[in-house]
Write a protein that binds this ligand. Structure first.
Ligand code: PRP
Length: 183
């Protein structure tokens, strides 16, 4: 299906085909890296990760469980980057091989908070898988499996939103500046 491009979109940064190919490559790498592990515990961070997580996990051939966390960040424009858990995972993470799946690393506050939080629960291992990382000065967080590096612009699609819109676009696109600067 040819998906219409909404008028609020400036340009497509990562196409549907590029995403499909990269997601398959990342999954193949994860399959190899965890080939000898009894079970991988995958945590998708809501809401943004739901599409990436669904596509990625359907390429996995290793035993795995899927769970979710939902977070809320206070004042995204402030430097504090404070984060609050709205919904937690269902299992204790001690001794588990954990993979965090995120749609985007922007300032890095969220992933930084999450890795500290989960490490405190004493998992057997912890790695991170992120679809896109913005090219900007932020917290230096480790991304073990990265899809794409993108420019520091407002992006939507493939899970990413603007005011909860555009999450289900099949590509990652730059939003027109006038859409978010008019508010
Ligand atoms: C987005 C994204 C990451 C976070 C990254 O979530 O899904 O969790 O921001 O930004 P950071 O690197 O600056 O911390 P958001 O708070 O927009 O919630 P959502 O996923 O529900 O849209």
């Amino acid at each position: 299906m040819v998906y219409p491009i909404p008028p609020e979109i400036e340009r497509v940064l990562v196409t549907q085909e590029q995403i499909e190919q990269r997601v398959a490559e990342l999954a193949q790498q994860i399959n190899q890296d965890y080939a000898s592990v009894e079970r991988l515990y995958i945590i998708g961070i809501l809401k943004g990760a739901f599409i990436f997580l669904a596509d990625l996990t359907r390429h996995l051939t290793i035993p795995h469980a899927v769970d979710f966390m939902a977070l809320s960040s206070y004042g995204k424009t402030t430097v504090s980057g404070a984060v609050r858990i709205i919904m937690d995972v269902r299992e204790p993470l001690e001794g588990q091989h954990v993979l965090i799946v995120e749609d985007i690393v922007d300032s890095g506050h969220t992933l930084n908070y999450l890795t500290h939080l989960i490490n405190n629960r004493k998992p057997a291992s912890l790695r991170t898988c992120v679809l896109v990382r913005k090219q900007r000065n932020g917290i230096d967080v480790t991304i073990d499996y990265l899809g794409f590096t993108i420019p520091d612009v407002w992006v939507v699609g493939y899970g990413l939103d603007y005011a909860d819109r555009f999450r289900t676009l099949p590509y990652v696109a730059e939003l027109k500046r006038e859409v978010y600067s008019a508010k």
